[in-house]
Design a protein around this ligand. Structure first.
Ligand SMILES: Cc1ncc(COP(=O)(O)O)c(C=O)c1O
Length: 453
């Protein structure tokens, strides 16, 4: 009988994170300090991050040990299952094997606590008392609230206003774990006030919420900022996902042909695929597919150039695919994928054609999510459903071509707090947005010209 899940023992949890930086085909273009037009120094980042995370951000060590106190918390839900979507395969009548890594089993319900726990630990070790952050879908905010609660830190969350309104229960969950949650843009920061002055009805965006959280951390001595995606150290902490999958696929005695993940800032996708990217760079035949919404087509329509990570321009400049830091995406339900930029490492790998990218509109994505829930039983987050849609499309191609490929996707989170979105889908109220070229051009006009080093 085909096994429907591969479970590791607790003692098999990876003990080190995999750092892809030394294995990249080209050196990563450095983040630039916009004031000096020179690469940022560790000291530039100290007002917002603790030194241990700054060192990880820049480290070229291929493996970095996971501290015991972090492993102790991760053990609450790790290792996570690798499941085989046998019923979905049957429904599609495909010869393909479809596996998915179930990151929805963490207490907050997604992959996000893999880095939240590590970040809370390092901040606590350096005497920080409070962390400030942004959240889109509410998954990252709840993950950081959970992690701060575990390590006795205070937590302030700037939640993108449209998600705050669409997902009141994510806010409740953050409050259960003692976080203070504000709908962003707020009147609490200069950044928020300046956005509200231009557009009092602003729905907010991740870029705006990041500006608010960075300003909060930079203007309070006992607080630091914590980011849930994009940066190298965040992606590093997520590699525990891909390292577990490698072991699980060995147990199942299969080799992956296609790896698929959704991308917002890139963290779940990176953690899931980086341990395999190394093999691809070394010559292995493997397709690696990043999936984004057509409403926020960063990788499929944006240029690869330096831009700010936030809306107001408080962060260093990062070389990445970007739709322009002033870009505010349409209010689609995959809130965690509404980000104008992309992790610089993923951007480099897409530019080098090691990773491919595609975009889907939200109606076909929800259709895929419902098919998945009706066959496999689990209800995915709208973000995760982008990966499911791509996996289904690939499985259908396998059927047409009679190919027995192995497709693996990352099930980054559950959709138990996203039922309003499912209601709207069933009521036929979901709009599909294709982001027009003219809007991209307009937003890109605000991208600063930066000297290429
Ligand atoms: C369930 C889920 N998947 C994916 C994402 C996208 O983020 P990232 O690209 O950093 O994994 C989010 C972000 O909030 C999320 O909540």
């Amino acid at each position: 009988m085909d096994e429907s899940k591969i479970i590791l023992r607790e003692k098999e949890i990876p003990q080190s994170w995999y750092n892809i930086l030394p294995d990249l085909p080209k050196p990563l273009p450095p983040p630039i300090n916009p004031k000096t037009n020179k690469p940022v120094s560790p000291e530039d980042l100290l007002p917002i991050f603790p030194m241990s995370l700054i060192k990880q951000e820049m480290s070229l060590k291929p493996w970095i040990d996971i501290p015991d106190d972090v492993l102790e918390v991760l053990k609450i839900w790790r290792p996570t299952p690798l499941r085989r979507a046998l019923n979905l395969e049957k429904a599609l009548n495909t010869p393909a094997r479809i596996y998915y890594k179930d990151e929805s089993v963490s207490p907050p319900g997604s992959h996000k606590p893999n880095t939240a726990v590590a970040q809370a630990y390092y901040n606590k070790s350096e005497g920080v008392k409070r962390l400030a952050t942004e959240t889109g879908a509410g998954q990252w905010g709840s993950a950081l609230a959970f992690a701060c609660n575990k390590f006795g830190l205070k937590c302030t969350v700037y939640m993108v206003k449209i998600s705050y309104e669409q997902k009141p229960y994510r806010r409740s969950l953050m409050q259960v774990w003692n976080a203070q949650v504000h709908p962003s843009p707020t009147k609490l920061t200069k950044a928020g006030k300046s956005v509200l002055k231009q557009d009092p009805n602003s729905l907010g965006s991740l870029g705006i919420a990041i500006s608010e959280a960075v300003e909060d951390a930079a203007t309070h001595d006992d607080a630091k900022y914590s980011l849930g995606s994009v940066l190298n150290h965040v992606l590093l902490h997520q590699t525990i996902v891909g390292l577990e999958i490698k072991r699980q696929l060995e147990i199942a005695q299969v080799q992956p042909d296609i790896l698929i993940g959704c991308v917002g800032g890139g963290s779940n996708f990176a953690g899931f695929c980086f341990p395999f990217v190394k093999e691809k760079i070394n010559g292995k035949v493997l397709r690696i597919v990043a999936v984004e919404p057509t409403a926020c087509p960063t990788l499929t329509k944006g240029p690869y150039q330096y831009d700010f990570g936030d809306n107001v321009g408080l962060t260093p400049l990062l070389k990445m695919y970007t739709l322009g830091h002033k870009f505010v995406p349409a209010g689609i339900h995959a809130g965690g994928l509404r980000y104008h930029g992309m992790s610089p490492i993923i951007s480099l790998l897409v530019n080098e054609k090691i990773i491919e990218a595609r975009a889907y509109a939200q109606n076909p994505v929800f259709e895929a999510a419902v098919l998945f829930a009706q066959t496999e039983g689990f209800l995915p987050a709208p973000e995760t459903a982008h990966a499911i849609k791509a996996a289904i499309d690939e499985a259908i191609i396998c059927k047409e071509k009679k190919q027995e490929k192995c497709i693996v996707f990352n099930y980054s989170g559950h959709g138990h707090f996203d039922l309003t979105a499912y209601d709207e889908y069933f009521a036929g109220k979901l709009k599909d947005f294709a982001h027009p070229e003219s809007a991209i051009k307009k937003a890109l006009a605000s991208v600063p010209k930066c000297i290429e080093l």
